[in-house]
Ligand binder design. Structure first.
Ligand SMILES: [Zn+2]
Length: 471
């Protein structure tokens, strides 16, 4: 018995000692690429290798750790459970935000710890600010779909800087918990609220240190536009949101900033590699802003970059690509799969009697795929690819007809999906899923105590380590 007690005491000491190993760091950045594992990181490096561009900084950081992601309830995690693991350091069930598996205990994040320790805190995301990943840093809800309630948690957090996408269901009047529009509640709670899409860009640019709490979003319930679509040039880039955050959060006690590249995941769900390329590049640019800051404060800054899970089962290689990579062909893509699907829908609306030949220019314009060209042109569609598109066109027309007869809405977009599949195979890319996978992610780190992120870790270790550093 005494032996056991002594052993326990020694073990406890070892735990306490290892917990004391990491020292506080004044400036801590945590970047999360939603749906970004090793293939998503390598996609951009391979692309740039072919186009002679610089490899991504996120892949050149001096330390790296393979990171497991499974949740308490599933081998394959969702963004709520993984967000909670990364933010709070505990496994929970898929769907939970900042709560334990049973859903009866709140878990507290590294951001909350940082705030309690007198630091300033920033939360930035390219998707809505009450979406699962950012929500895990301030919210406590049983279900990630409780957007309005999570919005209430956002206002109650007192965090200093929220920026990026809008707020999902911010004016959920039918909700039992409804107490007013989240944007109004934030303003009443002392936040300087800026909605960039309704003329707020100048106000955003004018934000200066000493501002107090800031909620600077694109507005409404919108995410930022995809980089490839470039629809609203007045919307700041993720990098600009980070730069403004640094400006506003810098103070003698330091800060913690979490930045999410949220739409990398959406591109994974859509198996849209061309759009993903732009999102990973924008994410890398945002990390580089932190790196430039770290270069000015090398003794005081840590940058950690991770993903919450893999999405899509992306593989860099395809059945017919052999050992050749043709990822550079993705540069021919002109719009996201979302916008292309809209264009296809619009096409059939305006030309209900259209033939397969009629739609071909739309494919060439948006993806560079050619129906006729010299046989050495890499964008020339093969006989098999043309047949695949023709079959999808016929299926699309039949589905439209059926929906019209039954007076229902047509589900899916067979033609747009087939074009995406052909584009992927041309570029030598394969996708195994439209959902998440259990592939581990890569966590990379640069700066003070970056070596803590090496080897093989679990996503919960990220919070455990960072909580020590924001003391
Ligand atoms: Zn996802």
């Amino acid at each position: 018995m005494r032996k056991i007690l002594m052993l326990t005491a020694l073990l406890l000491m070892a735990v306490v000692m290892s917990a004391a190993e990491l020292k506080p760091v004044k400036y801590v950045f945590l970047f999360i690429g939603d749906g970004m594992s090793i293939p998503q990181r390598m996609l951009i490096d391979n692309y740039r290798k072919i186009t002679h561009g610089e490899p991504a900084y996120i892949n050149r950081m001096p330390y790296a750790a393979i990171t497991t992601t499974s949740s308490a309830s599933a081998f394959i995690t969702d963004s709520a459970a993984s967000g909670t693991a990364i933010a709070c350091g505990e496994k929970t069930k898929n769907g939970r935000i900042g709560m334990n598996t049973a859903g009866d205990k709140d878990l507290f994040s590294v951001a909350t710890h940082a705030k309690q320790n007198g630091r300033k805190v920033g939360i930035v995301s390219s998707v809505t600010l009450n979406h699962a990943t950012p929500a895990s840093f301030y919210g406590h809800r049983q279900n990630r779909g409780q957007y309005y309630e999570i919005g209430l948690d956002l206002v109650a957090s007192e965090f200093d800087y929220f920026a990026g996408g809008g707020i999902s269901k911010h004016n959920d009047t039918g909700n039992e918990a409804f107490r007013g529009d989240i944007y109004d509640l934030a303003a009443q709670g002392g936040y300087h609220v800026i909605e960039i899409s309704s003329g707020g860009r100048a106000a955003f640019d004018a934000l200066a240190p000493g501002e107090g709490k800031v909620l600077a979003s694109i507005g409404g319930d919108m995410a930022l536009p995809y980089v490839i679509d470039n629809l609203k040039c007045e919307v700041p880039s993720l990098a600009e949101f980070v730069a403004k955050g640094i400006e506003l959060l810098d103070n003698p006690k330091g800060f913690f900033m979490m930045v999410e590249g949220g739409m990398i995941d959406w591109c994974g769900h859509a198996n849209d590699a061309g759009t993903m390329l732009g999102e990973v590049a924008a994410f890398d640019d945002a990390v580089k802003v932190a790196k430039a800051f770290a270069d000015k404060h090398p003794e005081e800054t840590l940058i950690v970059v991770t993903g919450d899970h893999e999405t899509g089962g992306l593989t860099l290689g395809f059945a017919n690509s052999g050992y050749q990579s043709k990822i550079d062909l993705l540069k021919e893509q002109r719009c996201s799969s979302v916008i292309f699907a809209r264009k296809v829908t619009e096409f059939f609306k305006t030309k209900p009697q259209a033939s397969f030949e009629d739609i071909q220019p739309l494919v060439t314009e948006n993806f560079g795929l050619k129906f006729t060209a010299g046989k050495d042109d890499p964008m020339l569609l093969t006989k098999g690819e043309k047949e695949k598109l023709q079959a999808a066109f016929d299926k699309h027309v039949a589905a439209l007809k059926e929906a019209a007869e039954k007076k229902t809405r047509m589900r899916g977009n067979p033609f747009a999906s087939a074009v995406m599949q052909v584009m992927n195979s041309k570029a030598g890319l394969g996708w195994a899923s439209g959902d998440h996978t259990a592939l581990p992610v890569n966590t990379t780190a640069d700066g003070v105590q970056a070596e803590a992120f090496s080897g093989m870790i679990d996503n919960t270790d990220i919070a455990k380590k960072l909580k020590q550093m924001v003391r």
